[in-house]
Design a protein around this ligand. Structure first.
Ligand code: 5GP
Length: 138
């Protein structure tokens, strides 16, 4: 399947729809997931247009994993998370729903059950209160 320039993350990258930003550099963008599976759920994407990890260049993969590591460290510190779950889905059968490659960083605590993937939408103002803590830990 060819890369769809109108997928949601392509629109976020072009600034056509808003996101609660956590980090940005020349090659990557990190922002709060609008339907978090746990408080502090962040998505990290390369700016390179690629549908899945399998389509991404080696340089794009290196950039996105470096930002994922940086965000994971900041999320752990900001939320005092005992564990960090890094998730990355490729293709509909694997559960991918947005077809611009992305990594999920999700804080984990065994006492807090993980919410369902693609569950309820959280208001941007609430996400911003978490994002400000994560940005302050980077
Ligand atoms: P996937 O299922 O493709 O691995 O993950 C897509 C993720 O994108 C889901 O966790 C979903 O909550 C999130 N998502 C979907 N639409 C939007 C949106 O418009 N803005 C943000 N920030 N996240 C979104």
């Amino acid at each position: 399947m060819a890369y769809d320039q109108n997928n949601i993350f392509a629109k976020i990258l072009r600034g056509e729809i808003p996101c609660v930003k956590v980090f940005e550099d020349d090659n990557t963008l990190a922002f709060m997931d609008v339907m978090p599976q746990a408080q502090g759920h962040v998505l990290i994407i390369p700016k390179e247009p690629a549908e899945s990890l399998l389509d991404l260049s080696a340089e794009g993969a290196a950039a996105v994993i470096a930002t994922t590591q940086r965000v994971a460290r900041a999320v752990k510190k900001a939320l005092d998370a005992p564990g960090i779950y890094v998730m990355q889905l490729n293709g509909t059968p694997a559960g991918q729903t947005v077809f611009h490659v992305h990594f999920h960083v999700i804080p984990r605590d065994v006492s807090v059950p993980l919410k369902p993937h693609g569950g309820g939408v959280v208001d941007a103002k609430v996400l911003e209160t978490v994002a400000v803590r994560i940005r302050g830990s980077m």
